[in-house]
Design a protein around this ligand. Structure first.
Ligand code: BES
Ligand code: MN
Ligand code: ZN
Length: 498
């Protein structure tokens, strides 16, 4: 799916009278005596002679978060319908509440081609991201795709700020939404069509369009260079592994950031086979790879003054006669050995190789993300990424993740877990002997492959990257695009503050 054409309109009665939009979106809040109109709805209300809140009350609206109510305009506006969405209680209207309400409108557009939102008066970026992402659908495999997302989205300008600033925000928001969509599309593409070589082809297309360098190491190159982790995990599949390096170098690059993303195009568990129930969710096990690919392309689109290099290990974890076994010892890139005690703890093995390679280039920061552990879901649930890494940078990334609404939370790497990864015959084992603290143990394993003194963050998005429940806010079923917006915001923050 692509992003609708975005344009800025002034939020006046005159502009409303002549918009070509079929639907105009307004916000409502929960007042003490029923719904009240949110800022931005003034011109629409004027067309209703100040009766819009009353009309909404009559229709049963309350203003509660994500409630949508349609009002026919009956000639009062050129648009046929006003779509009102609840923002909840009027206090503390955070950007994320605007984004989720906008998402609910995106889900309620039912095939309209041109839409105007006034939620942008509250928060321009959140309104754009929410509306676009809420209307996202993945229909590539449907014979009858159903309602398409809108082709054009007009956004009413906020009262404060200059048109120039608004245009810049609009551009950034559109590009960020597009990056999230790129990641969602990749996650939603089924594993029979998305495997290491085909992912590499998609990366070449996406990155090539921005003029980025893409290097693809195939199985022969991986063997020559000694990428034992990636080869071990990928060896069970007829579709051989790859390692991608996608590089963007901005003019006046002040800092370099390495992005590393787990790209298991399907995770059966390997010889340590997963149970059948829910195994299909493992189509999402390349969500980290999708997120970092989308992010490096985004960095190029928005011309961040940074060097951003994405390292993407791709493998399919299958059981077969050529699969690696529990008990095998792998020689990782860089020479260290790992005893495999469970072939289902494969993500950390491919990531170890990629992290070592990323650190060879001495980046200023390393951000790695992966659908790494079921333990992340046990600890934090489906909507809260676990963020580990070096203390300061971890907290910085977590604070930014909170601000974006992706809501990552800082987690520790308790020192006592390190010895649990000692191996009887190799330098390290890939799992501990017990299941407690599984998310943290995986983080400790990864830390072994990050160069000392590099600020690094590990974002475990096992739950948040994939929505197997119903739609909410701007998140539909399937790939969510998490943590693209966090990575984008961290890159922007590094560009601004070093
Ligand atoms: N890809 C899974 C983690 C996962 C689980 C992602 C659920 C999304 C939803 C990962 O490779 C895995 O299998 N991890 C094991 C590790 C264990 C063997 C130490 C797990 O979490 O069970
Ligand atoms: Mn696994
Ligand atoms: Zn996995």
């Amino acid at each position: 799916m692509s992003v609708p054409k975005l344009s800025l309109s002034d939020n006046s009665e005159a502009a409303l009278a002549k918009t070509r939009a079929e639907v105009v979106i307004v916000g409502t809040v929960q007042g003490p005596d029923g719904p009240e109109l949110a800022d931005g709805a003034e011109a629409v209300d004027a067309a209703f002679d100040g009766t819009l809140a009353e009309v909404l009350t009559t229709l049963g609206a309350t203003g509660k978060a994500e409630e949508t109510v349609r009002v026919p305009s009956l000639g009062r506006l050129s648009a046929g319908v006003v779509l009102a969405v609840g923002l909840g209680k009027p206090d503390d209207l955070t950007p994320e509440r605007v984004r989720r309400a906008a998402g609910a409108t995106g889900r309620a557009l039912s095939g309209r081609k041109r839409v105007l939102t006034t939620l942008s008066a509250l928060d321009l970026q959140a309104a754009v991201e929410g509306t676009v992402l809420g209307s996202y659908g993945f229909t590539a495999y449907k014979s009858e795709p159903g309602d398409a997302p809108p082709a054009a989205l007009e956004v009413a300008a906020p009262a404060e700020g200059t048109t120039r600033a608004h245009k810049a925000t609009l551009k950034a928001a559109g590009a960020i939404a597009e990056a999230v969509i790129v990641a969602r599309d990749l996650v939603n593409t089924p594993p029979n069509d998305l495997f290491p070589a085909s992912f590499a082809d998609r990366a070449r297309e996406l990155a090539g369009a921005e003029g980025l360098d893409v290097e693809v190491l195939d199985e022969k190159a991986l063997k020559r260079k000694g990428f034992g982790g990636i080869l071990g995990v990928g060896g069970g599949s007829s579709r051989q592994p790859r390692l991608l390096r996608v590089a963007y170098r901005g003019a006046k690059a002040k800092k370099s950031v390495a992005l590393v993303g787990k790209g298991i195009t399907f995770d059966t568990g390997g010889i340590s086979l997963k149970p059948a129930a829910g195994m299909d969710d493992m189509t999402s096990d390349m969500a980290g790879a999708a997120a970092v690919l989308a992010s490096v392309v985004l960095a190029a689109k928005l011309k961040y003054p940074l060097e951003v290099v994405a390292h993407i290990p791709l493998a399919e974890n299958m059981p077969s006669a050529t699969a690696y076994r529990p008990g095998d010892v792998l020689r990782m890139y860089g020479g260290r050995t790992v005893e495999v005690l469970n072939t289902d703890a494969e993500g950390r093995l491919v990531l170890a190789d990629a992290l070592t390679r990323a650190c060879e280039e001495q980046p200023d920061y390393v951000i790695e993300t992966s659908t790494l552990t079921g333990a992340q879901k046990v600890a934090l649930g489906d909507r809260t990424p676990g963020i580990m890494g070096s203390d300061e940078f971890r907290d910085r990334v977590a604070a930014i993740a909170q601000a974006t609404g992706e809501n990552g939370w800082p987690m520790p790497l308790p020192e006592e877990l390190r010895s649990e990864l000692d191996s009887k015959l190799a330098d390290l084992a890939n799992v501990t002997g017990q299941r407690w603290g599984g998310m943290l143990a995986a983080g400790i394993f990864l830390r072994e492959f990050v160069a000392e003194n590099v600020p690094w963050a590990h974002l475990d998005v096992a739950g948040p990257a994939y929505n197997s429940g119903g739609p909410w806010g701007y998140t539909g079923k399937g790939g969510t695009g998490v943590p693209v917006r966090t990575i984008a915001a961290v890159l922007a923050d590094i560009a601004d503050n070093g």
